[in-house]
Design a protein around this ligand. Structure first.
Ligand SMILES: [Zn+2]
Length: 215
């Protein structure tokens, strides 16, 4: 058991933390990180930043890896594997998961937008494991995104996979591209909604809003 610990000590002595993590990657992934890091470095140099500053020394690699993580949703095989169950109890009321937090990146400026989503559906023949709703949201959030499109994509996914009687998604988010630059409106919240099927009927929508307001 002492040998692996010794190796780990040797590694940290001769390599920086980032180098060590790069070395542990698959060659293809490592090459990708290094290519992206090269572009980030070029951009920072063009901005006349001092890349010898200890805090900027490995920023190129850090940013490359961060982008790869944040845009993971576009990767082949990143789709959440969603198990549907037959609706054996014939449950025909609303299923709702509210206040699901998410973080995404605005396609236009590549800065974050973040907030909460409220997702509901009225089952048809199939129901969904509850933990799946946040995973569906996260899958579509991990890519350059627009709030309007995110809202639509989640409701469309539910519609196609579950064939519910209806579905509704409301997203409330703050956009840093609005808050930090341009019109600078700190704290402004953008709300989007997407509706399918039975949710077009007013009483169902009111039930949704009622469940949203109360604990
Ligand atoms: Zn933006």
């Amino acid at each position: 058991m002492t040998q692996p610990a010794d190796i780990a000590v040797l590694k940290t002595q001769s390599m920086t933390h980032q180098e060590e993590r790069l070395a542990a990657m698959e060659p293809e992934e490592r090459a990708k990180v290094q290519r992206i890091a090269g572009h980030v470095r070029a951009m920072l140099e063009e901005l006349d930043l001092d890349l010898q500053d200890p805090n900027l020394l490995e920023t190129d690699v850090r940013v490359a890896k961060m982008y790869m993580e944040m845009f993971h949703g576009l990767k082949e095989g990143a789709e959440p594997r969603v198990t549907c169950f037959p609706n054996e109890e014939n449950y025909t009321s609303m299923v709702m998961e509210k206040q699901i937090p998410f973080y995404s990146m605005c396609s236009h400026h590549l800065v974050p937008f973040y907030g909460h989503a409220h997702i509901a559906y009225v089952p048809g023949e199939r129901i969904l494991g509850l933990s799946k709703l946040p995973r569906i949201l996260e899958f579509y959030a991990k890519r350059p995104q627009l709030q309007e499109r995110l809202t639509e994509q989640v409701v469309k996914y539910l519609e196609e996979k579950l064939k519910p009687q209806g579905a509704m998604v409301v997203i409330e988010a703050r956009h840093l591209c609005v808050e930090m630059r341009g019109v600078k409106k700190p704290g402004a919240v953008t709300v989007t909604s997407a509706i399918r099927g039975i949710f077009h009927e007013r009483p169902i929508r009111e039930e949704f809003l009622d469940l949203l307001r109360h604990a």
